[in-house]
Design a protein around this ligand. Structure first.
Ligand code: NAD
Ligand code: MG
Length: 384
């Protein structure tokens, strides 16, 4: 792919969106932003459009109908229009940094149009993994994982023979409540839960890190990306978040990818792949002592991880229901409607109530997603 690579960035105003913009600022000769989207924050999106001289923008759910975008820009509103932007013929790469299942439709639209996708949005693989992977295979589009653990695996696999992968360990910090007595978890606040010890991220994924639902979603994400059975996918708690994944090959040798806990490493690797260039922030200081410890998670502390693993093994609509119930429960927790430990209860009850079935199209997947959300909302009412 020649330079500059023309990028469309979906979810430009979020945490991943901002890190992506940092990488573009660092490499203006290699990366050109031509399209961008945000959910509702018009002013921020307009500022990005002005700074990067973007040609086309989308506000998916505008808060106001009276908006004046800068200059002669092509400005659209709505979900269908978001998918149109994702499949725009001018783009070389589409970065999907939207949060939640809302990322599925634009991811599919980009892949259907044969666009290579840099995927931060793990929920799209959890909800529609089979459809997403089949679409990419059919159109020949590449999915480059930008989630740090999956990008780490992607880097470790580079140059290796296709059949040589044996198993993977994704690392996790254990979140802000890693060492809290279990009896105190009922009373932790959204403020505490959104204060991650290592990473600076959006509110939903930060709560997901505290419950480790995030690592559960990532196991399912890895299952699709790397085509491994559940028993070959592991999680290890690694408090400093320096090693992002460990990949073991069939001969017993393992590779790990190590970098400071900052998303610009994984994003730059995806955006410039397969080239390497100086990064946005300094890499690891190899003259200092390094303490790297790893241990398996305690499933009593992280019931969401236990449930996600069960869903991964069960397949069909179970991962989709897990994701939908988790999104609703996290939203309710952030709004102070339910306690922290109710998040896993709501997911478990919704999973138990649901009549699991396979879904083959985007329409069927979104239909099941809606049913699961309604069930989870009932659970929230009961729990609040
Ligand atoms: P965020 O909440 O900070 O940003 C989300 C972005 O998506 C914003 O630009 C927002 O305007 C847009 N958006 C929100 N809801 C939308 C909707 N319904 N339709 C269209 N656009 C919508 O989230 P984030 O932390 O940047 O995470 C984005 C995705 O990347 C998530 O799937 C997350 O799991 C994944 N991810 C994030 C990190 C991280 O460090 N933040 C790391 C790995 C993976
Ligand atoms: Mg991750």
């Amino acid at each position: 792919m020649s330079y500059p690579r023309k990028l469309v960035l979906l979810g430009a105003t979020g945490s991943i969106g901002k890190s992506t913009l940092q990488v573009i600022r660092k490499h203006p000769e290699k990366l050109k932003l031509i399209g961008a989207s945000a959910n509702s924050r018009a002013e921020e999106l307009f500022e990005i459009a002005s700074e990067f001289d973007v040609q086309r923008i989308n506000l998916t759910k505008p808060a106001s109908s009276k908006l004046t975008p800068p200059g002669q820009i092509d400005f659209s509103c709505g979900e269908v229009e978001l998918s149109q932007l994702a499949s725009w013929g001018e783009a070389d790469l589409v970065v999907v940094a939207v949060v939640g299942a809302a990322g599925l439709a634009p991811t599919l639209a980009a892949l259907e149009a044969g666009k290579d996708v840099i995927l931060a949005n793990k929920e799209s693989l959890v909800v529609g993994g089979k459809l997403v992977m089949e679409t990419a295979k059919r159109t020949g589009a590449l999915i480059i994982p930008a989630d740090s653990e999956h990008n780490a695996v992607f880097q470790c696999l580079h140059g290796q023979h296709e059949n040589s992968l044996d198993s993977i360990a994704l690392t996790a910090s254990g979140g802000p409540f890693r060492d809290r007595p279990l009896s105190e978890l009922d009373h932790v606040t959204p403020k505490e839960a959104t204060n991650h010890p290592n990473w600076s991220m959006g509110p939903k994924i930060t709560v997901d890190s505290a419950t480790m639902a995030n690592k559960g979603l990532e196991l399912i994400e890895a299952q699709w990306l790397f085509n491994l059975p559940p028993e070959k996918l592991n999680v290890l708690i690694h408090p400093p978040s320096l090693v992002h994944a460990i990949v073991r090959f069939t001969d017993g040798c393992s590779f790990a990818q190590i970098s400071p806990p900052c998303m610009t490493f994984a994003l730059q690797n995806s955006l410039l792949y397969p080239e390497r260039s100086p990064g946005v922030v300094p890499g690891l200081d190899l003259s200092q002592s390094l303490e790297l410890s790893f241990y398996p998670p305690d499933m009593k502390r992280y019931p969401c991880l236990r449930l996600a693993r069960k869903c991964m093994e069960e397949g069909k609509s179970a991962p989709l229901v897990f994701n939908a119930a988790n999104e609703i429960a996290v939203e309710a927790f952030l709004a102070n409607r339910i306690g922290f430990t109710r998040i896993s209860d709501i997911i478990e009850n919704t999973l138990n109530q649901f009549d699991h079935q396979p879904a083959h199209s985007l329409k069927e997947l979104l239909g099941l997603d809606n049913i699961a959300r309604d069930m989870a909302r009932d659970q929230v009412v009961r729990a609040s």
